[in-house]
Design a protein around this ligand. Structure first.
Ligand code: FAD
Length: 311
């Protein structure tokens, strides 16, 4: 049997879907097909599938909620794994190990209900905690680095490794998983240290955070905050885009939000293509650079292949 036949047999046994459109699995509802697409619901299956892909020498891409990626129209080769492994294990009075597919919003609420404080800021983030690691996800002045103790990973060579939070190079929307020597490591679980708190105060703070988002940020399919705030200016990316006169600017299905200029919306879901978003991103970067001399850098990860000619 060739490696590709072994992979095909393995994927069929695991119930993987062939040529699955990734637009069904990203928040912005854009993205070409995955060769093989599989949903994983527990940590052992996650580890086994990563190792199987490694043995079959195929490319593997992990997604959580797909809320921080723009996948090109040519899609992704190899195996795409959607991580819905969400168990949570208490390992100390205020310390928890949580599977990397757990969603921020659910974790913020469940820890608050358990009388623990420290994750309220994360209540409105639509993604998974593992997907938030490469960018050190954060909001309202807090981020993962404030509560993270350690992570367990599978390295690109298939080996299990543990890293303390200090070893991850967590910085503003960056880490060694995104742009350093830990690229390619897949987090299987994250260990958090929270504090004893007041249930009602934490739940009230979560309500406040959620209400703020409803007022200040659009709902519906979008890339969320598309660009990082620049280090070289006191203005946010959203303020620069607004001052460049780009609110409402549209290319195909991609439109700069009128409400929050750093959000790029999908305003024509059925016909949207990643190229619309890539073209609008480039237009925003060029216009802001032309006006203010600042090249905005994407916060989102742009992954996948260009479509073949004529598609
Ligand atoms: C409306 C909206 C609001 C948002 N608000 C915020 C906000 O306030 N603050 C903020 O920081 N972000 C925000 N985001 C971005 C996003 O929700 C977070 O970054 C989130 O944590 C990403 O998780 P995900 O599961 O969706 O990741 P995905 O988009 O699925 O993946 C993102 C990247 O992480 C990689 N990845 C996924 N899982 C793992 C893993 N287990 N190990 C290693 N790498 C992995 C993927 O391969 C990909 O490169 C927002 C997005 C939207 C659409």
């Amino acid at each position: 049997m060739t490696r590709s036949q072994i992979l095909q047999a393995l994927m069929q046994e695991l119930g993987a879907l062939h040529a699955e459109p990734l637009s069904r699995h990203t928040f912005v509802q854009v993205g070409g097909p995955a060769d093989w697409f599989i949903v994983i619901r527990d940590r052992d299956a996650l580890i086994d599938t990563i190792r199987a892909a490694h043995c079959a020498e195929t490319t593997l891409t992990i997604l959580g909620a797909g809320s921080n990626v723009l996948i090109r129209d040519g899609g992704l080769r190899g195996v795409v794994l959607k991580n819905e492994s969400r168990d949570c294990r208490q390992i100390g009075e205020t310390t928890f190990e949580v599977d990397s597919g757990a969603r921020f919003a659910a974790l913020a609420r469940s820890t608050a209900r358990a009388g623990l404080t420290g994750l309220e800021w994360a209540a409105g983030i639509p993604g998974a905690i593992g997907g938030g690691l490469p960018t050190n996800a954060g909001a309202y002045g807090s981020d993962l680095s404030d509560v993270l103790v350690a992570i367990s990973t599978i390295a690109p060579n298939g080996e299990s490794e543990i890293f303390t939070a200090d070893e991850l190079g967590l910085a503003y929307r960056d880490s060694k998983l995104r742009s350093g020597e830990l690229q390619g490591h897949i987090a299987t679980s994250l260990t958090f240290q929270l504090q004893r708190g007041d249930v009602y105060a934490s739940l009230a703070e979560i309500d406040r955070v959620e209400a703020l988002r409803k007022t200040n940020a659009p709902t519906g399919p979008s890339l969320g905050s598309t660009f990082k705030n620049p280090a070289s200016d006191t203005r946010t990316a959203g303020q620069l885009i607004d001052e460049a006169g780009l609110k409402g600017h549209r290319i195909g299905a991609a439109q700069v939000s009128e409400l929050h200029a750093n959000y790029i919306l999908n305003v024509d879901v059925g016909n949207a293509r990643a190229t619309d978003f890539l073209d609008l991103i480039a237009h925003v970067q060029n216009r802001v650079e032309g006006r203010f001399g600042i090249r905005l850098q994407p916060e989102i990860a742009v992954i996948g292949e260009e479509p073949a000619d004529g598609e």
